[in-house]
Design a protein around this ligand. Structure first.
Ligand code: PGA
Length: 243
């Protein structure tokens, strides 16, 4: 829930100037009300559009909700599903996340599904159990899903907006676990893109991207400054081109 028309205008100008989109896929996911503004501001620059949430229903009388087809209408290609803030503040369950995934995929949106444990869960040694259950809900709820069309984002809740990043080793370890768990559930874990999210900055991005199972980042705070966000994209581009 960041942004304003005036602030976004500046941000979009900065983002649209020379983004490194040849080597990496770059998407921005602004709040719903700014999607139209972002679509115009990013037109032709190669950065694509996504949303931060969607309704679990395809359409109809659900006052206040935003459907997958409305997001497509505004040019969205991606949608974030099950962000920890949705799960934590708005009671989104694994079952609801699966419903949202279903409607997103049916409308041709590519979902970025978030999973991750809290600090208390990590400190109690429950991180894999918690993330494993979130992953199992996906493979069990959508056994026939095309794994390539879905992106997972591992976002340890204790690292989001806190300035406390998982170490590249911690993230790598969990990403391997996530792939194995996806494969055990019948999805092709090797084919699913797995992003890391949680206090990613221009300073730590290269080390994170250097790990073999970290395919990219879901960036929060650092995306509010165009230069910082583009520096993270550039780090991804460097790693993906082997420089
Ligand atoms: P952060 O946010 O990069 O500010 O930690 C990540 C997120 O909101 O998913």
């Amino acid at each position: 829930m960041n942004g304003s028309l005036a602030g976004n205008a500046q941000l979009l100008l900065g983002l649209a100037e020379n983004p490194p989109v040849d080597a990496v896929d770059v998407a921005v996911c602004p709040p719903f009300v700014y999607l139209g503004q972002a679509a115009s501001g990013l037109d032709g620059c190669g950065i694509v559009l996504g949303a931060q949430n969607l309704a679990a229903f395809a359409g109809g009388a659900y006052t206040g909700e935003i459907s997958a087809s409305m997001l497509r209408d505004l040019g969205c290609e991606w949608v974030i599903v099950g962000h920890s803030e949705r799960r934590g503040y708005f009671g989104e369950s694994d079952a609801l996340v699966v419903e949202k995934l279903r409607v997103a995929l049916a409308a041709g949106l590519r979902p970025i599904v978030c999973v991750g444990e809290t600090l208390a869960q990590r400190e109690s040694g429950l991180a894999e159990q918690v993330v494993g259950a979130q992953v199992d809900a996906l493979t069990q709820g959508l056994p026939d899903a095309d794994a390539k069309s879905i992106v997972l984002a591992y976002e340890p809740v204790w690292a989001i907006g806190t300035g406390r990043t998982a170490t590249p080793e911690q993230a790598q370890e969990m990403h391997v676990f996530i792939r194995q768990r996806l494969s055990a559930g019948g999805w092709l874990g090797e084919e699913v893109r797995v992003l890391y999210g949680g206090s990613v900055t221009a300073d730590n991005a290269s080390l994170l991207f250097g790990k073999p199972d970290i395919d990219g980042a879901l960036v929060g705070g650092a995306s509010l400054v165009a230069g910082n966000f583009l520096a993270i994209c550039a780090a991804a581009a460097r790693v993906s081109s082997g420089i």
